[in-house]
Ligand binder design. Structure first.
Ligand code: AN7
Length: 361
């Protein structure tokens, strides 16, 4: 079975089709896609002005992917390969976005999906997704790292395909975001900013930038700038965190699976990794919504908090071209949004006068 989608016209057919020459697929690979990728690269001048920066900031808005996070790029690849090799069950541990994506692609591929989530520590929208897509949803009384340990053990039985980013096909799919950035910008950025949790994405982006450069599709390599939440900053602190905590539950990870690859990306790219507090994350989260109309989840805002810190510290030369991954959509986490907004709906009686009074007329 090849793709069931018609191949005529200019319609975007998902990252595996569009970038197949850079990916481990053949003409007979049965591609499972929801037409992910091709996300906007939005310039955020108001935000830059508000933080006193003198750079060009472009946000790769990954929240508009089919399940509203960047994970879909890796998941189309991982589930495609799982189907190709005849797997029947996929499993992942997740802070919520990987599980949403795995559940959706598994449903489309008619595979059984099992997700292990840290009980009570994932955003509401993400939980809704895994339930709606029909995944067997298991809330583990422990954190992400403990759930991932169980998933690794399940993978060793040989009966279940693990679709966490320890699956190399996940990284392969996710690198396509770098290709798109270079295509959209007409060049590679000077800096690329992104949040770091399990460290798969920083690994993938760096690989993507390097491969496009080697293929002469871009003219330079960016410096990779990653940010962890202060309560879950193992790479910055140089040691695993046994009990990670942060309001940005997506990156509440104490022992990243791709730690070494992330360290290599930082070193090779002359990059930088730092941590930002929950207060800094929430301030950036609110600011980007208010200045530029871009609603992301708290984890995504960690790298914007990082940019604010870098601008203040004078680390960003004037005129730099910066891209930043907005990893997940703001609607994923309605609880934090409503708490952070700072006000509630104003209830009035159903008259024009009452509304005019609120407006101040
Ligand atoms: C919105 O879903 O690990 O450093 O299980 O959901 O590649 O892990 C999510 C990670 C950043 C960090 N932003 O990316 C999961 C999971 C958002 C995320 C990250 C995640 P990695």
């Amino acid at each position: 079975m090849n793709s069931i989608q018609p191949q005529s016209g200019n319609r975007w057919r998902g990252v595996v089709h569009e970038f197949r020459q850079y990916l481990p697929v053949t003409d007979s690979t049965p591609i499972i896609s929801l037409n992910e990728g091709n996300t906007q690269l939005v310039r955020a001048d108001n935000f830059v002005k508000a933080i006193g920066g003198e750079c060009e900031l472009w946000l790769k808005y990954e929240g508009i992917n089919p399940t509203c996070s960047f994970k879909d790029r890796g998941m189309t690849m991982a589930v495609t390969k799982a189907v190709e090799r005849g797997a029947q069950v996929v499993v992942c541990a997740s802070t919520g976005n990987t599980s949403a994506s795995a559940a959706a692609y598994a449903a489309r591929a008619k595979l059984k999906c099992v997700v292990l989530l840290p009980n009570g520590k994932i955003a509401l929208g993400k939980l809704a997704q895994s339930l709606m897509y029909g995944a067997t949803t298991i809330a583990v009384e422990g954190n992400f790292d403990e759930a991932l340990r169980i998933v690794r053990e399940l993978g060793e039985t040989g009966k279940i395909e693990v679709v966490n980013s320890i699956n190399p096909f996940r990284i392969e799919g996710q690198k396509t975001a770098s290709f798109e950035i270079c295509d959209q910008l007409g060049r590679a950025p000077d800096f690329h900013f992104l949040p770091v949790g399990n460290a798969g994405n920083i690994t993938a982006y760096w690989r993507g930038f390097k491969e496009y450069y080697a293929a002469k599709k871009s003219d330079r390599l960016p410096r990779m700038f990653g940010f962890q939440a202060a309560g879950s900053a193992p790479i910055v602190d140089g040691a695993p965190v046994a009990d990670p905590h942060t309001v940005a539950t997506a990156i509440r990870i104490g022992n990243p699976a791709s730690w070494q690859q992330a360290t290599a990306a930082l070193k090779e790219s002359k990059g930088h990794i730092d941590k930002v507090t929950d207060e800094e994350i929430l301030a950036a989260y609110k600011l980007i919504a208010r200045t530029d109309g871009i609603f992301v989840e708290p984890a995504s805002a960690a790298c914007l908090a990082g940019l604010i810190k870098c601008v203040k510290a004078g680390k960003i030369p004037a005129g730099s071209v910066i891209t930043a991954t907005m990893t997940g959509h703001g609607l994923k986490d309605p609880d934090n949004a409503i708490k952070t907004a700072g006000f509630e709906p104003i209830v009035v009686e159903a008259t024009k006068d009452a509304v005019m009074k609120v407006i101040g007329f």
